[in-house]
Design a protein. Structure first.
Length: 430
C-alpha cells in the first residue's frame, strides 16, 4: 500500500506494509527463518543473478526487516533502506560502500566517540583515511577534498557536543565537488529530515529513539536516491566499475530499471552478503513497535529536555549547559533551520568541580539510569570522559565536546517533576 502522506504520525503506522499477504495479519509477523524456498531452479537462478528481487537468506533480506526498511525509508523521504545489526555496522557500511584502500573521506569532528575510534583507527588499518574538520566553518570540508575523497560524514545533532550540523551548507559544497554527504540522524528522527537539505545518505542507530525501549541493538542506512553517481564515475568506482563478485555487474547500470538505488543495493548484496551483520527479524519486529509511537515519544523527550536545560541553566553548581534551545548566533540559527518540533532529548552540562564532581553527580542519581545509551523512554545519564569517550586522547575528547566535568543526559518521558527532583537531589550531593 502506498500512503500519500508526509505526516510522520501516519507514516510510522501505515507506510510500506498493510497486512501479511498469506494470513492478512495486521501486525508485521516475525519471520524467524534462515532460508526461503525457491519456486524452481529458474526462480533460484534469477534471484541470485538479481534478475528479480525476492527472499533468499535472512543474512541478506527478510520480510520482517523489509517492512521496517520500507517504513523508515518512507519516513525519511528516501527510496530504499537497509537494516543491519547495529549503528556501528551502519556507519561502517555507509562509508565503506564508497571507500576502498587508498581512498579518503571527510568527517566532522563533532561525532560520537565510538565513531571517531572506528574512523581514526579501524578504517585506518584498512587503508582508508579519515580527514577530521571543524564544522563551524563548512568550507573546511572543501579545503581538504581531493580526487580520492569519496564522501562527507556528520551527525545532525552531535553526541555529545549538541551543535547542530550545517547540513545544507556542506551538502551544497559536496554536490559542487561531486561528493555525497552521509548524515547520522540518530539523535533527531522526525524533527530533522536531512534529505530535505541535500544529504545523499542517512543512517541511524535504531537502538536509540527508534527502538526507544532499550531492548534491541540495530542500525539502518537510507538511500535518498538524489545523488547522481554516474555523473562522477571516476570518484565512485565501487558503483561504476565492473564488480568481480557479481560477474562484472556495474551497479549504476544493473539496477537502473528499478530506480536510483545503486548505492543501497550494493550495500545489501555485497557488504551485507560478504561481511554479515544482519539485523535479526526479532529485533526488526521490536523496532517496528518502537517506530509506531516515535512521534509521540519524541514530542515528550523534546519538551522535557528543554525544561531540564532551563533548570540546569539556573543552578549555581552548573557552569555551562549545552542544549540547542540555549544557544545563540549561528548555532541557534542552525538549530532553528534544521530541527522542527523540538530541540531533541539530549542535554549536556558541566559542573564546577570537574571530573570528581561529574562522578559524584552520576553516583547520586536515583531515577536516572547510569548506562551507555541514549534515546530510551527512561532518563539516562553518563560521564563521557570516563566511559564513552575514554579511548580518545584529551585533545580528541576536547574536539568532540567532552570536558572532564561534562555530564550527558538523555531525558526520558517520565513526568517532568520527577526528573527535576532527581537532578536537584543529585546536584545537592555534589
Amino acid at each position: 500500500m502506498t500512503v500519500d502522506s508526509r505526516h510522520p504520525e501516519t507514516l510510522v503506522l501505515h507506510a510500506g506494509y498493510r497486512s501479511d499477504e498469506t494470513t492478512n495479519a495486521v501486525a508485521v509477523p516475525i519471520y524467524q527463518t534462515t532460508s526461503f524456498q525457491f519456486d524452481s531452479t529458474e526462480h533460484a537462478e534469477n534471484l541470485f543473478a538479481l534478475k528479480e528481487f525476492g527472499n533468499i537468506y535472512s543474512r541478506i533480506m527478510n520480510p520482517t526487516n523489509d517492512a521496517l526498511e520500507q517504513r523508515i525509508a518512507a519516513l525519511e523521504g528516501g527510496v530504499a533502506a537497509l537494516s543491519v545489526a547495529s549503528g556501528q555496522a551502519a556507519t561502517m557500511y555507509a562509508v565503506t560502500n564508497l571507500c576502498r584502500a587508498g581512498d579518503n573521506f571527510v568527517s566532522s569532528t563533532d561525532i560520537y566517540g565510538g565513531t571517531w575510534n572506528l574512523f581514526a583507527n579501524t578504517l585506518k588499518d584498512l587503508g582508508i583515511e579519515v580527514r577530521f574538520v571543524d564544522p563551524s566553518d563548512p568550507e573546511n570540508f572543501r579545503r581538504v577534498t581531493d580526487e580520492k575523497t569519496r564522501c562527507y560524514y556528520a551527525e545532525t545533532l552531535p553526541n555529545p557536543k549538541l551543535n547542530v550540523f550545517p547540513i545544507k551548507e556542506v551538502a551544497d559544497i559536496g554536490r559542487a565537488e561531486g561528493v555525497p554527504l552521509i548524515m547520522d540522524n540518530t539523535a533527531c528522527p522526525i524533527i530533522c529530515r536531512p534529505f530535505d537539505h541535500g544529504a545523499a545518505v542517512v543512517m541511524y542507530s535504531t537502538t536509540k529513539y527508534i527502538g526507544g525501549h532499550g531492548t534491541s541493538i540495530g542500525g539502518m542506512i537510507v538511500d535518498g536516491g538524489n545523488f547522481d553517481w554516474e555523473a562522477h564515475k571516476e570518484r565512485f568506482p565501487t558503483l561504476n566499475e565492473p564488480d568481480p563478485s557479481y560477474h562484472g555487474a556495474v551497479w549504476t547500470e544493473a539496477v537502473k530499471p528499478l530506480g536510483p538505488i545503486a548505492y543501497i543495493i550494493r550495500a545489501r548484496v555485497v557488504l551485507l552478503r560478504d561481511l554479515g551483520s544482519p539485523m535479526s527479524p526479532f529485533n526488526a519486529f521490536q523496532f517496528i513497535q518502537g517506530l509506531e509511537t516515535l512521534p509521540l515519544r519524541l514530542r515528550a523527550h523534546c519538551e522535557n529536555a528543554t525544561k531540564v536545560a532551563d533548570f540546569l541553566n539556573s543552578h549555581p553548581k552548573v557552569t555551562n549547559v549545552i542544549h540547542p534551545s540555549l544557544q545563540s548566533g549561528e548555532l541557534k540559527r542552525r538549530a532553528d533551520a534544521y530541527l522542527s518540533g523540538g530541540y531533541g532529548g539530549l542535554v549536556g552540562f558541566e559542573l564546577e568541580g570537574g571530573r570528581d564532581a561529574g562522578r559524584k553527580f552520576i553516583d547520586s542519581l536515583e531515577l536516572f539510569y547510569h548506562v551507555a545509551n541514549i534515546g530510551d523512554a527512561r532518563s539516562l545519564a553518563i560521564h563521557p570522559a570516563t566511559t564513552t569517550h575514554s579511548q580518545l586522547s584529551d585533545e580528541e575528547q576536547a574536539a568532540t565536546g567532552v570536558s572532564p566535568g561534562y555530564v550527558r543526559l538523555s531525558i526520558g518521558i517520565e513526568h517532568i517533576d520527577d526528573i527535576l527532583a532527581d537532578l536537584k537531589q543529585a546536584l545537592d550531593a555534589v
